[in-house]
Design a protein around this ligand. Structure first.
Ligand code: UDP
Ligand code: MG
Length: 211
């Protein structure tokens, strides 16, 4: 299998149908063999029902359901253990990340020899209450880790399978995955400027700031 796409989802029922169709289209156009693993991280809306629907439409779409909210790191960790693709791509469920980035991320891992490629939302469509703390976080993390990424916390990342099988993340550690990867000997880390969209659904989530 070429690619596993991992998507943590907490209350994302509105975006899942559009996101799923978009991913299938890209995969088909490029002839990739793939799976999509959704992790329902304790959603209280119809996220799980939507994931089940996608599985009926296309059995490459799979799902894992947490019975309560464990957070994004736990969601990623669970899917990392299950992923079968040679290249593993993580993506947010909210349509802020574009599935059109998948082919180039895949190429960077397979052909350019990167072990991890992190997206960089250079033009970010988020309120300043998110972008400002994010700049500070990235500055500090760059200084401490010596890894020159602009956007450590970008949800869109690609990994060689070996990397995700050999790192453990929990708590808030998803923000530091490139640092953890480097500590584990996976230091060939690249960066790709990626498109970023404003949140289409679930605007109320701006009340819960995560950067
Ligand atoms: N998410 C999750 N568990 C949580 C919070 C968020 O699985 O406890 C998912 C969410 O559904 C989305 C991704 O993680 O797919 C990023 O969340 P969000 O868009 O709120 O964060 P931001 O874009 O601000 O980093
Ligand atoms: Mg988002």
């Amino acid at each position: 299998m070429n690619i596993s796409v991992i998507i943590p989802a907490k209350d994302e029922q509105e975006s899942i149908p559009e996101l799923s169709q978009w991913i299938s289209r890209v995969m088909q156009q490029h002839g990739f063999s793939y799976e999509v693993i959704f992790v329902d991280d304790g959603s209280t809306d119809g996220t799980w029902e939507e994931i089940q629907k996608q599985n009926l439409i296309n059995s490459s779409f799979k799902g894992v359901k947490f019975n309560r909210n464990f957070g994004k790191s736990a969601a990623l960790h669970t899917a990392f253990k299950l992923a079968q693709g040679e290249v593993v791509i993580t993506m947010d469920a909210d349509l802020q990340d574009s599935p059109d980035e998948i082919p180039e991320l895949y190429r960077l891992i397979k052909e350019e020899g990167f072990q991890l490629v992190s997206g960089w939302k250079k033009k970010r469509h988020d309120p300043i209450s998110k972008t400002l703390p994010s700049k500070f976080f990235n500055y500090v993390t760059r200084k401490i880790s010596g890894i020159h990424l602009h956007d450590f916390n970008c949800g869109l990342k690609a990994y060689r399978q070996e990397v995700v099988k050999n790192i453990t993340i929990y708590g808030e550690m998803h923000r530091y995955i490139p640092v953890i990867a480097k500590w584990n000997g996976y230091g060939k880390i690249g960066e790709k400027v990626v498109q970023h969209q404003a949140r289409k659904y679930g605007y109320t989530k701006f009340g819960l700031e995560r950067f």
